[in-house]
Design a protein. Structure first.
Length: 561
């Protein structure tokens, strides 16, 4: 029996990309949510870069077409000679282009500001009947055995506070670095502010003098100005001004002082400045929590970890927090999983974030201390982020407790060998032989991975697929999608196809026409030929048969009868 759900089941505090991804993940799982934000819609193109792993997440959520319709690719960087400031001294690529592969279709950074990401996500929330409540502030909350009481404050048309107390099953703070939720929960937020690094950042309109083909750079590290074109608005540029010779407080005091500083650094008189959109005097903090939640209250994104902009990991790490937590919350709320499953949120994300802080801080030091370009390694694409140390995994190909297998939680997998806890590869060009809709169109694995179910990939004979499907038939429908994948040409496949019947209980039968699936998962195709992909696109288990399947399922769905 599923428990009686409190409506809304989850209160999300903070409506940026992190909170919005969590809300959408829950809504796609049929969970009623309420999302509030004490501010209005975000202004300015903060957090420009969307890493490849985040693009994959948007694919699973169904938001990727909208993202790609307005996003831009990473431009080249141009450093200009001084004095004069118009003649290029050199150009370089901050993120050199990589040709996508069948198993990794998104390999390049995509440029789209948080405010644009946020607005896209909010439109998708509204399709599910959920509208963000702006100018609604969380004042306090209190936890009980089965629920959380939260006090919200909004203002009426006369500016008078309106108090509301709501009862929810869970509360999640995605409310930024100064998180009310984190502070009230009493989580530690250890780290420090980098006093040796100071930047003036913001957006300003420019109506002439600069093109949108480059990131424009002048000067040395002691007096550097960088103007980044907007990913959408042709008139808006982001500025990043740093250096020990800069009076940061004065520069950040307003438009006139900003324009004077930029003019003095660039030695340019032809740049036509318009309206100042926003400005901030910024020193990076490098901090993280000791755990990602307590009881029925959790934190994600900047509420849980903050760091420098080096590496472009901030928003990307935050939305991956939410994607990890969302499907687990949904299963617990529906009564399909025990509350202990939520402990794996901290277990899985804490090592990843700790490693990320180390790597992004090293990159920051190389830039500000050593004067090197911000050349990011492949690990910053987040495709190698893994949860190999998680207790929720089952891998019958190897002992995941060995150090040589766990490796770096932020690193690339060992010699291309896939293990439980790793990103599940894509495989396009799959021909549908049998399905509930009798479709014969081509398919791909990324079309199957969704945040509301586990996908069970069966590389093997019909009998194997039927045995697995029979075992899973005792569980509630729609928790699993069973997919039997034949190689390009096999006797078994030919016989099955000729019979015109679908294997009993299997949801989908595919032929790997181009061999991409068998190549992407080739390291697994021995005795362990069953791969269970979690709703967040992570390999949850690699097993030989029903016994291994039960080990994984009983660990995640322990309360299901």
């Amino acid at each position: 029996m599923s428990p009686t759900l409190i409506s809304p089941s989850v209160l999300i505090v903070g409506a940026g990309p992190v909170g919005s991804v969590l809300a959408l993940t829950l809504l796609k799982n049929g969970i009623n949510v309420r999302i509030v934000d004490k501010e209005g819609p975000q202004v300015g193109q903060k957090g420009l870069g969307i890493q490849p792993r985040t693009l994959e997440m948007h694919r699973f959520l169904g938001t990727l077409p909208d993202i790609l319709s307005i996003a831009k690719k990473m431009p080249i960087c141009t450093l200009y000679k001084l004095p004069g400031g118009t003649e290029p001294l050199r150009t370089f690529e901050l993120d050199p282009y990589e040709e996508p592969t069948p198993d990794t279709p998104y390999l390049n950074l995509t440029m789209l500001g948080q405010h644009r990401q946020q607005s896209i996500l909010h439109r998708h929330l509204e399709k599910h009947g959920c509208k963000v409540e702006f100018f609604s502030e969380l004042r306090s909350f209190e936890q009980f055995d089965g629920h959380v009481l939260a006090t919200l404050v909004t203002k009426d048309s006369n500016g008078k506070d309106i108090l509301e107390i709501i009862k929810v099953s869970y509360l999640v703070g995605t409310d930024g670095a100064h998180s009310t939720v984190r502070k009230a929960l009493g989580l530690t937020f250890l780290g420090d502010v980098r006093d040796d690094v100071n930047m003036v950042v913001g957006d300003i309109e420019i109506h002439g003098g600069l093109d949108h083909k480059s990131w424009h750079n002048w000067g040395e590290i002691s007096s550097k100005s960088q103007l980044v074109p907007s990913e959408v608005d042709d008139n808006v540029f982001t500025f990043i001004i740093s250096g020990k010779e800069i009076d940061h407080a004065k520069t950040a005091s307003g438009r006139d002082e900003l324009v004077k500083t930029i003019a003095s650094i660039t030695d340019r008189k032809d740049i036509e400045f318009g309206k100042l959109v926003w400005i901030s005097n910024y020193r990076p903090s490098i901090r993280m929590v000791n755990k990602f939640g307590d009881g029925r209250v959790f934190v994600a994104g900047d509420a849980a970890h903050v760091h420098s902009p080096a590496g472009g990991q901030g928003t990307n790490s935050g939305v991956q927090d939410s994607f990890n937590l969302g499907w687990k919350l949904a299963l617990v709320l529906k009564g399909f999983s025990p509350p202990s499953l939520l402990d794996t949120y901290t277990e899985e994300r804490l090592p990843v974030i700790a490693a990320m802080l180390n790597k992004s801080t090293l990159l920051l030091n190389q830039y500000f201390r050593d004067g090197k370009d911000w050349k990011r390694g492949k690990e910053f694409k987040q495709l190698g982020v893994n949860y190999r140390g998680s207790s929720a995994l089952v891998d019958e190909t190897v002992d995941l407790t060995k150090d040589k297998i766990q490796l770096d939680p932020y690193g690339i997998t060992l010699n291309g060998v896939i293990h439980a806890g790793d990103r599940a590869p894509e495989a396009p060009g799959l021909q549908v032989l049998h399905s509930g809709e009798s479709s014969t169109a081509a398919a791909s694995l990324f079309d199957l991975f969704k945040p509301d179910h586990h996908t069970v990939l069966i590389f093997g004979p019909v009998s194997n697929g039927e045995e697995i499907a029979s075992e899973l038939s005792t569980y509630p429908k729609n928790l699993f999608k069973t997919v039997l994948i034949f190689p390009a040409l096999t006797t078994s496949e030919s016989e099955q196809s000729a019979s015109g019947t679908q294997p009993s209980g299997v949801d989908l039968v595919l032929r790997d026409s181009n061999g991409h699936a068998y190549r992407a998962y080739s390291s697994l195709l021995g005795s362990c030929n069953i791969v269970i992909v979690r709703p967040d696109g992570v390999v949850g288990a690699i097993v030989r048969g029903v016994a291994g399947l039960r080990r994984y399922v009983n660990g995640v769905f322990a309360t299901v009868k």
